[in-house]
Design a protein around this ligand. Structure first.
Ligand SMILES: [Zn+2]
Length: 153
């Protein structure tokens, strides 16, 4: 048996994994309540707000697909890409509470054929890439398959 690899976040401080499940860490402006991810520390992203103090908050674990693509190139930050880059499905997801769009890789077994605008997804943490000693973790989106019932034709 290979020794157990240490699991570490691919990016420090962008998400947590605890008993209740993984969550992205964002910020909420104390002045206007605007959410941001990755979290802001200097300036509020609301152009009409001059707030400079932010609370760290756990963001919604669920959201709806706003846009998606079969990514064949390395997406821009804040997306965190493996190196070398392996193409996967990427989704931009509107978080349930914050109505903020967060990019992320979709779990590997899902293809664009499984996705549609409005598909409900939940946050999971999965291995992005690994080396001899570590598994580097990142958040991914996974379609919620549990029936919510009542989808008419
Ligand atoms: Zn603000």
């Amino acid at each position: 048996m290979a020794p157990t690899k240490t699991r570490v976040p691919a990016v420090e401080g962008w998400f947590v994994t605890d008993e209740e499940g993984p969550a992205l860490l964002g910020s909420r402006c104390r002045t206007c309540g605007t959410y941001a991810f990755p979290r802001e520390t200097f300036f509020c992203r609301n152009p009409r707000c001059d707030g400079t103090e932010f609370d760290e908050v756990s963001l919604s674990r669920r959201g709806k697909v706003w846009s998606y693509t079969d990514a064949r190139y390395t997406p821009p930050p804040p997306y965190v890409a493996a190196d070398p880059y392996v193409p996967f499905c990427i989704a931009a997801v509107e978080l349930a509470e914050e109505k903020m769009v967060v990019m992320g890789q979709v779990v590997p077994e899902v293809t664009v054929d499984d996705l549609a605008v409005g598909t409900e997804v939940e946050l999971v943490v999965d291995v992005l890439y690994e080396d001899d000693d570590h598994e580097y973790l990142v958040w991914k989106w996974r379609p919620v398959t549990a029936g919510s019932g009542g989808s008419g034709v």
